[in-house]
Design a protein around this ligand. Structure first.
Ligand code: F6P
Length: 382
C-alpha cells in the first residue's frame, strides 16, 4: 500500500504530530508513505508550462533527506523523528492551491483560474498511490470531497486553529492558539491598567468566535466580540463607562477578526482574487476608534495575527494530532474512503465527508461558554 499525505490551507500547531502518526502507523502495517509538498503542488509535473499567478519558488531540497527538491518526500520513521513538538508542517502548505481553481498567469499578464483536477488525479494514479490522507480546514476538506467524488480514495483530517470544522468537537491547533491569545491578553492587562487605557486585541476567527471567546474569558477580557453576535458599539461603550464608574479605569476588549457591527459588514484587508479567498483584518482598529470617539478614553489596538498559528503545539494538540493521524490510517485500512476523522470525546472516530463540507461550526448562542460569559458580566456587545 502506498499512502500520500497532503497538508493544505493555513498551518496549525499539531500538523507534524498528525504526519508522524500517519507515517508510524503505516510503517507498522508495512505500508509506504509519501508527503506531497505545498498542498497538492508537489503532484503537478515540475516541467509544467503553466505559470502560477503569484510566483512560487522551486521546492528547496528536503532538509533531512537531502532529496533533490522534487514535489514528493518519501516519509519513513527516521524522517519524522522528533517532529511532534514542532509547529508548522514539514511538507509545506499553501492557500492558493485549489486544483479546481488554480490561478495561472496568462502571457498578457492577466490571471485565469484553471481546473487542474484531472491532471492531479492522473498524477496521483501514475505514482501508484492507493490512498490519500488530506489534512486541512473547511476549504481543503471541500477540495478533498471533490477529489473523492472524482475517484481518489481519500480520508480527511480536520485542521484549523479556528476550531470551526463541522462535526468535530475540536481541531488540533485551537488549544495552542487559545494559549497564545490568552497569554497576549494577560500581557496587555498590565499596560492597560498602568495607563488607564482601553486595549483592543484582534484575534483570528474568520467565521467563528471560538478563539476569541475562550481566550477572552480565560484572560478576563471585559468585552468579547465574536462573529456570531453582531455588536452595538454603544453597548461596548456602556460596559467601559460602567467599569469607569466603579473605579476600573482600564478595559480589555477581545474582538474576532470576523466580528461585525450590527449595521455593518466584516472588515476586509483584501478581497478574494483568482484562486484566493478574502483576507479579514482591521476590525480591532475600528472598534478602538469607535470607543475613543464615544468615551474620550485613550485607546490602543493590536492585531495578534499569525503568532496564533505559530509555536510548539500544546500537549492537548499533540495528542489530538497523534490520535487523528493514527485513526486516519485505521480508516484507510478499513477502506472507509470519503470519510473524515473527528473528535467525539472520549472517542476519535470518522464521519462521511458529505456531512462536513459546506457547513461551519459556529459558537451556539445558548452554549455553556456564552452563558458563563454573560453570568460573569462580560459584555458580548449585544
Ligand atoms: O483559517 C485559519 C486562519 O488562521 C484564519 O483565522 C485567518 O483568517 C486565516 O487563517 C489567515 O490566513 P492567511 O494569512 O494564511 O491567509
Amino acid at each position: 500500500m502506498r499512502v500520500a499525505i497532503s497538508t493544505g490551507g493555513g498551518d496549525a500547531p499539531g500538523l507534524n504530530a498528525v504526519i508522524r502518526a500517519i507515517v508510524l502507523s503505516c510503517h507498522q502495517r508495512g505500508w509506504e508513505t509519501f508527503g506531497i509538498r505545498r498542498g497538492y503542488d508537489g503532484l503537478y509535473p515540475q516541467d509544467s508550462l503553466l505559470v502560477p499567478a503569484i510566483p512560487t519558488p522551486p521546492f528547496p531540497p528536503d532538509r533531512r533527506e537531502g532529496s533533490n527538491g522534487g514535489g514528493l518526500i518519501p516519509l519513513d520513521p527516521e524522517r519524522v523523528r522528533g517532529i511532534t513538538h514542532l509547529g508548522g508542517t514539514i511538507l509545506g502548505t499553501t492557500n492558493r492551491g485549489n486544483p479546481f481553481r488554480w490561478p495561472a498567469r496568462q502571457p498578457d499578464g492577466s490571471t485565469v483560474e484553471l481546473d487542474r483536477s484531472d491532471e492531479l488525479v492522473a498524477s496521483f494514479r501514475a505514482h501508484g498511490f492507493d490512498a490519500l490522507i488530506a489534512i486541512g480546514g473547511d476549504g481543503s476538506l471541500s477540495i478533498a470531497h471533490r477529489l473523492w467524488q472524482k475517484g481518489v480514495p481519500l480520508v480527511g483530517v480536520p485542521k484549523t486553529i479556528d476550531n470551526d470544522v463541522w462535526g468535530t468537537e475540536s481541531t488540533f491547533g485551537f488549544d495552542t492558539a487559545v494559549a497564545t491569545a490568552t497569554d497576549a491578553i494577560d500581557k496587555v492587562h498590565s499596560t492597560a491598567e498602568s495607563h488607564d487605557r482601553v486595549m483592543v486585541v484582534e484575534l483570528m476567527g474568520r467565521h467563528a468566535g471560538w478563539i476569541t471567546l475562550h481566550s477572552g474569558l480565560s484572560g478576563s477580557a471585559d468585552v468579547i466580540l465574536i462573529p456570531e453576535i453582531p455588536f452595538d458599539i454603544e453597548k461596548v461603550c456602556e460596559k467601559i463607562r460602567e467599569r469607569e464608574a466603579r473605579g476600573r479605569l482600564f478595559s480589555i476588549v477581545a474582538v474576532a477578526e470576523g466580528a461585525r457591527p450590527i449595521d455593518g459588514a466584516p472588515v476586509l484587508r483584501q478581497v478574494a482574487g483568482a484562486g484566493t479567498v478574502e483576507r479579514l483584518g482591521g476590525i480591532g482598529a475600528l472598534v478602538a476608534e469607535g470607543i475613543a470617539e464615544r468615551t474620550g478614553k485613550e485607546t490602543r489596538s493590536l492585531v495578534l495575527g499569525h503568532l496564533q498559528r505559530g509555536g510548539s503545539p500544546t500537549t492537548f494538540d499533540r495528542l489530538l494530532g497523534l490520535r487523528f493521524g493514527s485513526h486516519a490510517v485505521r480508516t484507510v485500512a478499513d477502506g472507509e474512503f470519503g470519510h473524515v476523522v473527528v473528535s467525539r470525546p472520549p472517542l476519535v472516530t470518522r464521519i462521511p465527508l458529505d456531512e462536513v463540507v459546506g457547513r461551519t461550526k459556529l459558537v451556539p448562542l445558548d452554549s455553556g461558554i456564552i452563558l458563563t460569559a454573560r453570568n460573569l458580566g462580560v459584555s458580548l456587545g449585544d
